[in-house]
Design a protein around this ligand. Sequence first.
Ligand code: AMP
Length: 280
Amino acid sequence: MDIITSLSEIRERTLELRGAQQTIALVPTMGYLHEGHLSLLRIAREKADVVILSIFVNPIQFGANEDFHHYPRDLERDLSLAEKEKVDIVFTPSAEDLYPKGFDTIISVPHLSNHLCGLSRPDFLQGVATIITILFHLTSPHIAIFGEKDYQQLLVIRQLVKDLQFQTTIIGAPIFREPDGLAMSSRNAYLTPTERTVAPFLYQTLQTIQEMSQKGIHTVSVLNEKARSFLSQEPSIQLEYLEFMDAKTLAPLTKIRPPAFIAIAAKLGKTRLIDNLIIS
Ligand code: AMP
């Protein structure tokens, strides 16, 4: 497994690989790998000749009061996990190289960003769109794998690829969960033991909605009220949003109509958690 930090080296290497007719899969991450990330690497390993894992805690996708400086990092552990997953190249660029003095470009996908996380975290999705554009230019991937855990991000990237004519196929991977249902996330490391026991409530809320919808309750106002009253059993959960949307366009729904996307974001203490469920 090669570890590359230099932008010119990764560009030359991936162009060489393309010249040798090798297919390239990119899995972009911010590191502190967990099973969710590894599930993406396994899809990549199955689908391409060469797997590139990028690890970069992208400063421009964090707001001023967010956790950029505290974001968990453990490169040594990540490298050993990557090696076990038979990753070929780990690309770990520096912020100084990616965003040199004078850097002044932002990629924005405004329509899809004007919902959910985009409202409370205005820098987040354009920061993601910008770094993904740069990473795609540097690594020329045939395919790139993203988790449905960050579903709005996945839609933004699909739109970006379509609009900017990237020749990269985007693959969405299902949410990988802890045995008790909590969606895996690097930020779960922030949870106190008590918060950790409460955290699966988010997924349980989504499951409650799904069960009601399977029983024929499709009116969003009814589902919303039931879900909120379910959540209120746990006063330590501060709900940020619970939205019912069309899974393709993110248009709000008044009645569940597949494919529907139910998204939840909440704070538990200082930790912000997101989760979602698709009714197809
Ligand atoms: P991050 O390091 O949090 O930026 O995530 C890197 C990639 O892993 C993104 O495409 C995420 O959507 C994906 N990912 C994060 N958590 C999970 C999970 N629990 N299941 C599947 N994919 C995930």
